[in-house]
Design a protein around this ligand. Sequence first.
Ligand code: UDP
Ligand code: MG
Length: 235
Amino acid sequence: MTKKSNLEIIVPVYNESYGLYENIMTISSYLSPKVNNIITLIDDGSTDSTRREIEALSAGNGYIKGIYLAKHAGKEHAIYTGLENSSADACMVMDCDLQHPPRLIPVFVDKWLEGYMVVEGIKTSRGKESYFNKTMASAFSKIIKKFFDINLYNSTDYKLIDRSVTDKLLSDDNSCKFFRGAVSSLNLKSCPIYFDVEPRAYGSSKFGLHSKIKLASDAFKTLSKKNNTEFNKMH
Ligand code: UDP
Ligand code: MG
């Protein structure tokens, strides 16, 4: 019998104490039996009782672990902390609020086992979102397409990446972090998994205008650096 591969599901978590336990239990109920699963919850310096919830989850379930950032550093930082601390054969990133439908986890795993190095969730609808948010998101992806020729339209952080892809991401300069863009800029053949954004299971979005502006600025810095690196390799 061949040994099962290890999959680590990295979940950034910020001030999500309400409903976190139930959400992680829901995610757990959809894990693929074809791999050994670990769920790593990265507490992004929460100021509520998120840490206690994560400790309770990991104390009661051997496959769940917690990493606790001393200070709030943002979702991208939390994702990269998860990647840096993982030695799994594949890493999957997903939100903790069930907006990335966990029932698709086995589909991601199957596509990876078929040989795709990147399996990525693509939104078919953006769910309940304000007109302002939709317009900003659309403008953002148009600008990224124009400047860097990368299509991030409806792309998400809901992704599964092979160990080789994680290694490549981590070997790059990550002083600015933008997970979605960094994976896309590798130009690997990926398998899309289409999904409708579900309503948030509990609470409200943790992205204020300030976080969105910071993300857009980090996205630009990350992609500019990657473009320069490719440019330097060619000359
Ligand atoms: N999150 C985080 N740090 C932040 C903002 C969000 O770790 O600064 C986490 C959050 O707890 C959730 C995921 O990132 O698991 C997505 O956040 P949210 O649902 O607020 O984003 P939205 O769905 O509004 O884009
Ligand atoms: Mg959300």
